[in-house]
Ligand binder design. Sequence first.
Ligand code: MG
Ligand code: MG
Length: 267
Amino acid sequence: MIIKKSRDEIELMARAGQVVAKAHEALMEALEPGMTTLDLDRIGEKVIRGEGAVPSFKGYRGFPGSVCTSKNEQIVHGIPSDTVRLEEGDIISLDVGAIVEGFHGDSATTLIVGGEDTVSDEVATLVRETRNALWRGLEQVRHGSRLGDIGSAVEAVAEAHGYGLVREYVGHGIGRALHEDPSVPNYGQAGRGMKLTKGWVIAVEPMFNLGTERTRTLDDDWTVVTADGKVSAHWEHTVAVTPDGPWVLTARSDEPAHPLTEGVPTW
Ligand code: MG
Ligand code: MG
């Protein structure tokens, strides 16, 4: 069942989204070689609690962290640890969720530790193009468009570069629950699937791999990795369907909250 949100509820979700945005901005600012993924978790949690919000992930089905920290071949759901240290040339996906007055915001980035010069062009391009695919998907989030419009826009970017497109994990509706209906796949056919309507709020979250699309889960029962050990990138935003087009509730200060009117830069 899809739970539509009122204008007031979307305003609350925007507050949650902006807490998430602030946490990501702090993480981008702080990230440097030598840090552990637990250091990043603590930074994220501090920002969330400092804003009077609650981390969405901490305790979610027993997840121990406030930030999912997925390094290199890890796709999603990496557990923060004081034994996982980040070095130049690593990439790290950071997934952050926050709750404000019962409503969640959910957003992920993939950052290059030490900057683009420390990785191959292949890896830098994977990170950039996964972000581009997210925005190609977000542009499709309009009243009257269909889930297949989002999926096909994302999939087209993966296909153009020959990336492995993760199908086992998908985007989702979001609201008072972190995961609500509908599922929002990163593949599909334009013009097919459920019709989006005003009041929907969804998370769009492409995951692209340099190699195979196949995944496996580590013995910790959380961390999802690529089956071939090649690196993976993940970008995510929470977005509302409004009469004026998509409202990206988790947009950071360097990103357009209203991409249809503000335009979308190419990263
Ligand atoms: Mg997320
Ligand atoms: Mg999500």
